[in-house]
Design a protein around this ligand. Structure first.
Ligand code: AMP
Length: 540
């Protein structure tokens, strides 16, 4: 029997229409070198319509791809809304990709138009001659004359182009399963891989982002969107906030601790999201230059494990709870969120909060052990996490790397355990696991423990070959400014905190842990530096 419900399509055109009319007074604030620049959601809606008209005028039809090479700002939000709503496909280009990767993804996606921020023109210009399908470049917040275009490419000024257009657009009805946006994963191995989101997946994901047990966004919020809009769709915050009328604050290129602290003081956001590296930097800044940040009701941290010491510091020193969450570009990205069960209090609640979190109803999960069989959710058995659901990728664009998917499940490459009530604890990336004498050592646990030492700013742990034990952990430590501590002292500090056999015997002090284009520890580079003998290692 069929239902009697209407078969209405979930579409980003409706999200745009809803946000820009029912929440027309909500605001997007873009930070600039001379302070905030404001636009209402009503104005964003009109400008999105102008942008859609302009793109049609440049020949964008059907599901053609329109790339963005931009910081988080109002114009990027306009592109987020206009491009999918007109039926085209938004392709967020990661401005931190290595040049050859950028060329690869723009050609692979066959971008027809790219919108580029003025400050990023010099970076983009170097690769433009190699972008085979790009016919138009639109420069936002900058002077198009600074971009020397190769033959066959036209350059336009964003504001001028929009000014000449009508402020309404006849948004088409699109199939909810058709492509709305795409994002390439920064890829640990091989070429970057394209994840293509649908109107339906983005709509459902946005609703989940706003749910009480997720990020709880609502119309009273002002969300500081620090996660780049070119990384995993900014964790879904732009669409979710626009859907419910939460105002947004966009930091543009001002991502260092000092300007972030200024933005906090000036705009007093209620919510924010960023990777741990950003919060660690802010914490150091605040400790040296205290200011009230209690207007933040909560901040969400993911992308890498949130160190418990940092979670305590924010809550106990600044009254700001950190919400830990796990996800991937392939999972839109919201996969799990660490809100403790209602019954848990005190230490028990904290233990839940340290985990990567619990899965929402639409994300199904299982753990696969070394023998290829499922392992139980007993809070102890470890396996590779596999997930499925309406906003989880079922393949990559162009069918790249099919081995990441099998019988309808995405293999995450993350290794961990799950409690009977559904809380995930990641112990490692599949490739980062350290196996010592047949026993797993979690590099994440060791990193967190070393980072809880007051003199340590960052610590990254990799497995290095060992004749006797197969692999042993090596710790790369970055000290806080003005602090001094020896490897021996750090080892003593760990002695009553980790099992004796896990105590690392290889230590190195570095100025900086190498980071990937999205700010995560780049263990591949750390391993390579070690293999090439470039690290000065103390052995015990
Ligand atoms: P990306 O697609 O670049 O966002 O990377 C996704 C990967 O980041 C995941 O597969 C995890 O390995 C890692 N990751 C994301 N969130 C967390 C978290 N809360 N704790 C530990 N690792 C995480």
């Amino acid at each position: 029997m069929l239902s009697t419900m209407q078969d209405d399509q979930l579409s980003l055109a409706d999200l745009l229409r809803h946000g820009s009319t029912l929440h027309s007074e909500s605001e997007v604030v873009t930070w600039t070198s001379s302070g905030p620049r404001r636009a209402t959601y009503g104005q964003v809606g009109q400008r999105a319509a102008r942008l859609a008209n302009a793109l049609r005028g440049l020949g964008v039809t059907g599901d053609q791809r329109v790339g963005t090479f931009m910081w988080n700002n109002a114009e990027h939000l306009e592109a987020y809304l206009a491009i999918p709503a007109m039926g085209a496909v938004l392709h967020t280009l990661n401005i931190r990709l290595f040049p050859e990767q950028l060329v690869f993804v723009a050609n692979h996606a066959e971008d027809h138009v790219v919108i580029v921020d003025g400050t990023l023109v010099p970076l983009f210009a170097k690769q433009l001659p190699q972008l085979k399908t790009v016919k138009h470049v639109i420069v936002a917040n900058g002077d198009p004359a600074t971009l020397e275009a190769p033959d066959g490419v036209q350059v336009h000024a964003y504001d001028e182009l929009l000014a000449a257009q009508p402020e309404t657009f006849d948004w088409p009805v699109v199939d909810e399963r058709s492509a709305a946006a795409m994002c390439y994963t920064s890829g640990t191995t091989g070429d970057p891989k394209g994840v293509v989101y649908s109107h339906r997946s983005i709509w459902l994901h946005s609703m989940q982002v706003c749910m009480s047990d997720s990020m709880r966004l609502d119309q009273s919020d002002k969300a500081l969107v620090i996660v780049p809009m070119f990384h995993a769709m900014s964790w879904g915050m732009p669409y979710a906030a626009f859907m419910v009328g939460a105002s947004m604050i966009m930091p543009d290129r001002f991502l260092q601790p000092e300007p972030i602290a200024q933005i906090l003081a000036a705009e007093r956001p209620t919510f924010a999201g960023a990777v741990p590296t950003i919060w660690q930097g802010l914490l150091q800044h605040l400790d040296a230059n205290p200011q009230d940040i209690s207007h933040l009701r909560e901040v969400v941290v993911g992308g890498s494990a949130a160190p418990p010491s940092m979670m305590h510091a924010f809550e106990e020193r600044y009254g700001v709870p950190i919400l830990h969450a796990w996800g991937m570009t392939e999972t839109s990205p919201l996969g799990s969120v660490a809100r403790p069960p209602a019954s848990a209090t005190g230490e028990e609640a904290w233990r839940y909060r340290y985990t990567q979190g619990r899965f929402p109803a639409s994300v199904r999960a299982r753990l696969i052990g070394d023998d290829g069989n499922e392992v139980p959710w007993d809070g102890e058995s470890v396996g590779e996490l596999e997930v499925r659901g309406p906003w989880i990728a079922g393949g990559y664009y162009g069918d790249a790397d099919p081995a990441k998917f099998h019988d309808g499940w995405l293999r995450t490459g993350d290794v961990g355990k799950i409690t009977p009530n559904g809380y995930l604890t990641l112990t490692d990336r599949a490739k980062d696991v350290i196996k010592s004498g047949g026993e797993w050592i979690s590099s994440v646990d060791l990193e967190n423990t070393v980072m809880s030492h007051p003199a340590v700013a960052e610590a990254a742990v990799i497995g290095v070959p060992d004749e006797k034990w197969d692999e042993r952990p090596l710790v790369a430590v970055v000290l806080r400014e003005g602090e001094r501590v020896t490897a021996e002292e750090l080892r003593t500090f760990l002695q009553d905190k980790v099992a004796k056999w896990q105590l690392p015997e290889h230590w190195t002090f570095v100025e900086e842990v190498p980071k990937t284009s999205v700010g995560k520890f780049d263990k591949k580079r750390l391993r390579a530096a070690h293999a090439e003998g470039k690290l000065d290692v103390a052995h015990f």
